[in-house]
Design a protein around this ligand. Structure first.
Ligand code: G6P
Length: 607
């Protein structure tokens, strides 16, 4: 994940770009760069490493332009070198990009055939060449940017500068955030409100799929369908921009919507996209080719571990046991030879998880922490760590931390599969490509919001709700029920779909909604039988499925939440989105305190 800034100003842009980039360094600091227009020509300065290096370059070779873009990079495709630093440019266009362009290889090949010469190993550079290609065909800057953005697959936020056009800056977002800062005769683009806060207090957040065409005195926003749209202007006085909800009503909603970005950031941390393989950090002596592993966590983190249990067994052939930290530490668990242990925690401070980690260390197990907060206690005490890069999670009910945990655990699964010889290079590259599709599919899954909001109104009237799932979606059903309980205070239970007939079926009547997590995968037909059992007893089915599944449940489901078709490997990530939105809107309809539900705490540091 990277930080981007754009300025259409009335003063030299470079110092202001650097000032904004300082506020964006939290998004990455592998390299940085700026570009401005001088006499209509694009001039760039870039440097590997921290922003201070770019400042030194600029001190030696200043830039005078008043129109410019800047970037602080968190490397995904290509090493953090000066050559790979943004902005990427042709003689006509310079761009800065945050996110992943999934189809960059195909576009690069196509453009190279047309004579375009590439200077970096990044996915981002294709954007500059693609826009240039459309300009060469006679399109205006606006048309060329729109044509190019339409051809990009993946999740991205971009800012585009055009040679010879001093009063145009174009921004586009799909999956990655982008804000417009409105000044007096000046205009700004930034990854967040903090980036533009030194220059203005008036900020407009772009919606998914928006393209913003800026001049110094105007903002034209085109929505995903190409229609002109209005976006609300927020006023941030003082430091209010530091922790803001943007267009969202609650932090939880904002965090749900950040997931294309946060999963992308976490996945690319572990992926070499050019070689299509997983690259893990130093494992501190953890032997991935062990006979078994234990995965420990609490609450949502525990459910992420349960998903990983299915993955590690099915894909990597590793015998895995998962447990709740508070149970694990007191049950005197026995360990297989050479076992390693994995601790999943957003905060890195949960007392039970920490105690379980210490227990494993005392018993000679190597410990691996999947943690969101750097330098937290679990982070520091583990032998090795896999950071989840969700950023600060403010809503007490965990959402983006969960999918970031799944992202890191999915990468770990591939690494373990390779270490154990369970998957070959071809399968690894297939799995890596699949994993890279996650941010886009999550962005697609978010489109079901209007339908989910309607269904949630009915759910909000229920006293009990059942969640069913099979295989890897059983933990997603458990997480769905937990989310609903936490924030709407409605009693909910997650069950393995096949277990329904062994008890919970007694609860089914016309007042008990049954939410079924059921992608059309190898187990769909089995789950369909369970849905028939519910239907036969008058239960109301809310089925979360893809188009193929929807066709098969059309006559029995009361409601269908359509989710994009995806590879079964990443389905738990994609199906997390509807269950989060369903809980969120149910709580909103009930009027509960979504971000700070009663009795709960974000980080539980007591037993
Ligand atoms: C608390 C939070 C949950 C979280 C759990 C584990 O109960 O309310 O949202 O899943 O702790 O927290 P951790 O920080 O270890 O992931």
């Amino acid at each position: 994940m990277c930080g981007i800034i754009g300025i259409l100003g009335n003063a030299p842009a470079a110092p202001r770009l650097v000032e904004a980039l300082k506020r964006l360094e939290y998004r990455g600091y592998d390299s940085a760069g700026v570009a401005t227009l001088e006499n209509g020509q694009i001039k760039r300065r870039r440097a590997a490493g921290k922003l201070a290096n770019l400042e030194r370059v600029l001190a030696e070779e200043p830039l005078a332009g008043i129109t410019g873009i800047g970037h602080t990079r968190w490397a995904t495709h290509g090493a953090p070198t000066t050559g790979n630093a943004h902005p990427h440019a042709t003689d006509k266009v310079a761009i800065v990009h945050n996110g992943i362009i999934e189809n960059f290889r195909a576009l690069r090949e196509e453009l190279a055939k047309g004579g375009h010469k590439f200077a970096s190993e990044t996915d981002s550079e294709v954007i500059a060449h693609l826009i240039t290609d459309y300009l060469d065909k006679g399109q205006s800057p606006e048309q060329a940017a729109i044509s190019a953005v339409r051809r990009l697959d993946g999740a991205f936020g971009i800012a585009v500068l055009f040679a010879g056009h001093e009063d145009v800056l174009i921004g586009a977002r799909k999956g990655s955030p982008l804000a417009v800062g409105i000044g007096d005769g000046e205009m700004f683009l930034g990854s967040d409100a903090i980036a533009v806060s030194p220059f203005t207090t008036r900020v407009m957040f772009l919606d998914e799929g928006d393209i913003a065409v800026l001049s110094r005195t105007s903002v034209k926003v085109l929505d995903a369908s190409g229609k002109q749209a209005e976006r609300k202007v927020h006023i941030f006085a003082g430091g209010a921009a530091a922790v803001e909800k943007g267009n969202h009503r609650h932090f939880m909603q904002k965090e749900i919507y950040e997931q294309p970005e946060t999963t992308g950031r976490t996945i690319t941390r572990y992926v070499n996209a050019f070689e299509e393989r997983i690259e893990m950090p130093d494992f501190g002596g953890v032997d991935l080719n062990a006979e078994s592993a234990v995965i420990i966590g609490c609450g949502t983190a525990h459910y992420a571990g349960r998903v990983a249990e299915y993955w590690l067994e099915q894909i990597a052939g590793l015998s895995v046991e998962t447990d709740i930290a508070s149970e694990f530490r007191y049950r005197k668990p026995a360990f297989g030879k050479n076992a390693f242990s994995v601790f999943v925690s957003q905060s890195g401070e949960t007392a039970d998880t920490l105690a379980a980690l210490r227990y494993c260390k005392e018993n000679g197990l190597k410990t691996l922490a999947v943690v969101n907060v750097p330098e937290s206690t679990i982070w520091r005490e583990a032998d090795a760590r896999l950071p989840t890069l969700a950023g600060p999670e403010i809503g007490v009910a965990s959402t983006k931390a969960f999918t970031a945990q799944l992202s890191a655990l999915a990468a770990l699964t591939i690494a373990v599969g390779r270490a154990r010889g369970a998957i070959d290079a071809k399968e690894e590259s297939r799995l890596v490509r699949t994993l890279m599709e996650t941010p886009r599919l999550i962005a697609d899954a978010l489109n079901a919001e209007p339908e989910i909001e309607k269904i949630a109104l009915e759910l909000s009237k229920a006293r009990d709700v059942l969640y069913l799932g099979r295989g890897v979606h059983y933990p997603i059903a458990l997480e769905g029920a937990l989310k609903l309980k936490e924030i709407s205070y409605i009693h909910a239970e997650g069950y393995a779909a096949g277990e329904l007939k062994h008890g919970p079926i007694a609860l089914i009547d016309e007042h008990t909604p049954v939410v079924v997590v059921a992608p059309h995968d190898a187990l769909f037909e089995k789950t369909l039988s369970n849905m028939q059992e519910v239907n036969a007893r008058g239960g109301k089915l809310v089925v979360i499925t893809d188009a193929r599944g929807a066709a098969e449940v059309a006559d029995i489901a009361q409601h269908i939440i359509l989710t994009p078709a995806c590879d079964p490997f990443i389905a738990p990530l994609v199906y997390s989105i509807p269950i989060q939105l369903l809980a969120y809107f149910t709580a909103v309809h009930k009027g509960t305190d979504v971000d700070q539900p009663r009795n709960l705490a974000k980080s539980v540091t007591v037993e």
